[in-house]
Design a protein around this ligand. Structure first.
Ligand code: BG6
Length: 486
């Protein structure tokens, strides 16, 4: 279904995010017929460049990131026909009047300002938008993480944006919320009567959330070294996954109904403190090793520095102090240069209370629901069944397996496609509200402080392994083990 006509201004349009994600996503939506012919996309960046030169850059970006089977020249031309460029200096006065002129003929139209820049520019850009009368009532602003580096800096960034845009026109992207399978978590929980009655401490033993990557820090070492895995992945993506898993059913999918429930989870997280951080958290950093068969350098070599305490791996235990989840630990782990790229949520149920089988039946494993977010999106429910055949009552574990590729056989749209169209539609459900972001920082901050106060550096792990052994010890101390696909 086509959205209403819009003007979308991408500030930072020559950067990596615009080229890798935003332009390809917009192209896909155009090719799918969702973008009306009147829609306009303006690239904005510091560099002086003609609109033709920017279109050539956009063309290259699409050629590099959209497979040939998904594009033809006519479709690319149609898309590029909607693309323009204005040179603007984000933190100075240059160019803003030109941008105002370019947009002036459509003052009433939906306007989206996508700030694909560092967070230190969010405030100055919003101020310029206000000063030049660009922040019309129909306009909205989209920002990416990192929203701050701590609670205080996040508040400062949010205040700076809030000077120009009220909260109902601020779209804080967490691209994990746009992933098909993450949205499917809501379908699974709230469109099936089966799960909700057992979705609590009486029936669930613990939950594991893993986001493992095989890549290192690639060309982003400069940014990454100031962030680390806790800020880069846990504060946002992983806590959002935890919230969607743990939240109470919202009354509807209205933005605030969902966000209110997520906020309650964040506020119920048992604080990690300087005293218990060593017991609840593990931080690691990769050394040289092997990935995808080949040798890869260590983090410090990629960074080009002799030393750094930045973590490229985190494992931690989170507890939620409420009626539904008391006593159910949530184990989170994420890291770079792990053996596989896999993101999944494992809901581990409690064992059966009493076995009617004798020893020949074999061990009875507790049920597990494994939601694989990527790659090979699937939902697996691990059950015990009888070994087929006349050999007596022997049991084995098997999975009811729903693979998305087999079930649907369609391309999974990129998260940005969905999220960009949601901004145009004015739907904030899949975007983070200010209080959520700040509540997440409130919980993360003490761990950051405990780590920086500690004399112990991150634990080394060899690239291509599942992180430091302390991560295994962390979950084993609680009497559980990390899930491995059987
Ligand atoms: C980004 C992080 O937000 O998410 C990256 O900054 C990380 O470090 C990426 O690689 C992972 O996203 P995805 O969609 O590939 O799982």
């Amino acid at each position: 279904i086509a959205v209403d006509p819009f003007d979308l201004v991408v500030v930072g349009a020559t950067g990596d995010l615009a080229r890798r994600k935003l332009l390809p996503a917009l192209f896909y939506r155009c090719a799918a017929g969702q973008m009306p012919a009147e829609a306009r996309i303006f690239g904005v960046a510091r560099r002086a460049m003609t609109a033709d030169a920017f279109r050539a850059m956009a063309h290259e970006a699409i050629a590099a990131h959209v497979p040939p089977s998904d594009r033809d020249e006519a479709g690319v031309d149609t898309f590029l026909g909607r693309v323009g460029y204005v040179a603007v200096k984000a933190d100075a006065d240059d160019g803003w009047a030109d941008l105002a002129r370019a947009l002036a003929d459509q003052p009433g139209r939906i306007r989206v300002f996508y700030l694909a820049t560092g967070p230190d520019l969010f405030g100055p850009i919003c101020d310029q938008l206000a000063r030049h009368g660009l922040a019309t009532p129909g306009s909205r602003v989209v920002v990416e993480k990192p929203i701050g580096k701590s609670l205080d800096s996040a508040r400062a960034v949010n205040d700076a944006i809030g000077r120009t845009f009220p909260e109902d026109r601020v779209y804080r992207i967490d691209h994990y919320l746009g992933k098909e399978t993450v949205q499917n978590l809501m379908a699974l929980r709230f469109a099936n009567a089966l799960f909700e009655p057992v979705w609590n401490a009486a029936h669930i033993d613990h939950v594991q959330i893993t986001v493992a990557e095989t890549l290192g820090v690639e060309g982003r070492a400069g940014y990454y070294d100031t962030a680390g895995a806790l800020r880069d992945m846990v504060q946002n993506h992983m806590l959002q996954l935890l919230c969607l898993t743990a939240m109470e059913p919202p009354t509807s999918l209205a933005a605030d109904a969902v966000r209110d429930e997520k906020l309650k989870v964040l506020k119920a997280l048992v604080p990690i403190t300087e005293e218990n951080a060593a017991d609840r958290t593990v931080r690691g950093q990769y050394r040289a090793g092997a990935s995808a068969g080949g040798p890869v350098p260590g983090y410090l070599e990629e960074l080009g520095k002799p030393a750094s305490n930045t973590e490229t791996f985190v494992a931690l235990r989170a507890d939620i102090a409420n009626w539904r989840w008391a006593g159910v630990p949530f184990f989170l782990r994420t890291g770079k240069r792990l053996p596989a790229r896999v993101s999944e949520i494992v809901v581990a149920f409690r064992p059966i209370p009493h076995s009617v089988f004798d020893d020949t039946a074999g061990p009875i494993s507790a049920n597990k629901l494994v939601i694989r977010l990527q790659p090979d999106e699937s939902v697996k429910l691990w059950l015990m069944i009888k070994d087929p055949g006349p050999g007596g009552m022997r049991l084995q574990q098997q999975a009811l397996n729903m693979s998305f590729a087999e079930a649907f056989g369609v391309r999974n749209p990129d998260a940005y496609e969905r999220l960009l169209m949601d901004v145009v539609r004015g739907n904030q459900t899949l975007f983070m509200r200010r209080d959520e972001v700040e509540a997440a920082w409130t919980w993360i901050d003490p761990t950051l402080q405990a780590w920086s106060a500690s004399s112990e550096p991150p634990k080394p792990y060899t690239a291509g392994t599942w992180g430091p052994s302390a991560s295994i010890a962390l979950i084993e101390r609680a009497g559980r083990t990390w899930h491995e696909d059987e």
